[in-house]
Unconditional design. Structure first.
Length: 280
């Protein structure tokens, strides 16, 4: 299935059960009306597959049993003459096993799909979200601002003296710095806040529902925690930070990023180790 269709099925979880019950009823009635000469096995798989992907493997197994039972009832009602009375039960059991196999395969595919999605969104070294996924989340925040008017803030961070750490203490020390930054940020931010590694030693932090009046306290607390983490690791690293608070519904993702990036580089070119705030 295309990725977008799979994602859509997961988002329709609340309605999946009703949809699958409805589909199973339609398939069962159609199978009953057309008689035993036409096979509907493929169509019985539809509700089983949808509920497995949208809900869970357990629901897939339940619908496998239900679909096999409906198929069994249709077989009895159509009155097809088997050579032995046991055959109808054997067929029902085989169909159930067939549905179970499909359920298990789909469940494994779903897990693999989720793992691949996670890997495509997460920086492998630090566990922060990557640049591409960060832009998606930032766009969602801008869309939310345009709907309900709730401001957000964006923080861009560049690590001062990071190159010195890599050159004099080795890349393992540099990796330790990057991981320490993400850990310290995660421990001092809310669950809804997003920490992203943009590449190299540049990071971005998205602060949803954080206005210009609130961001100063949040950023100063975060900066103190980051500096403490660097001191604990005995790394001579400080932080150049650019902060933009966005409350204008017409703002675009490129505009917000450009302003935050500009603020950060202004700090970088004027002595480093500081924070510069602005708003759009």
């Amino acid at each position: 299935m295309p990725s977008r269709m799979l994602d859509y099925l997961e988002k329709t979880e609340k309605h999946a059960l009703w949809l699958c019950f409805f589909l199973l009823c339609i398939v069962g009635m159609a199978d009953n009306l057309t008689g035993y000469e036409l096979s509907f096995s493929l169509f019985y798989l539809l509700p089983v597959s949808i509920v497995t992907w949208a809900k869970s493997r357990a629901w897939g197994i339940a619908f496998s049993l239900l679909s096999a039972f409906v198929w069994y009832l249709v077989d009895r009602k159509t009155g097809y003459a088997y050579s032995s009375g046991v055959i109808i039960y054997w067929n029902a059991a085989i169909r159930f096993c067939f549905f179970i196999i499909v359920t298990l395969l789909l469940s494994a595919l779903k897990q693999s799909h989720r793992e691949q999605m996670l890997l495509s969104r997460i920086d492998g070294l630090t566990g922060a979200v990557n640049s591409r996924y960060f832009r998606e989340l930032l766009q969602l925040e801008i869309d939310r601002l345009s709907r309900n008017g709730k401001a957000f803030s964006l923080l861009y961070i560049d690590l001062d003296n990071f190159k010195w750490v890599n050159d004099h203490q080795g890349h393992s020390a540099g990796d330790g710095v990057l991981c320490a930054v993400v850990n310290a940020a995660g421990n001092n931010l809310r669950k809804i806040d997003v920490v992203a590694r943009l590449g190299g030693d540049e990071f971005a932090i998205l602060l949803p529902e954080t206005s210009v009046d609130e961001v100063d306290t949040v950023v100063n607390k975060l900066r103190a925690a980051l500096l403490a983490a660097m001191q604990a690791g005995q790394w001579p690293v400080t932080f150049s930070m650019g902060v933009v608070s966005c409350s204008r519904k017409e703002a675009t993702i490129d505009e917000v990023i450009r302003v935050a990036d500009r603020q950060m580089y202004e700090v970088k070119h004027n002595g480093k180790n500081n924070v510069l705030f602005t708003q759009v």
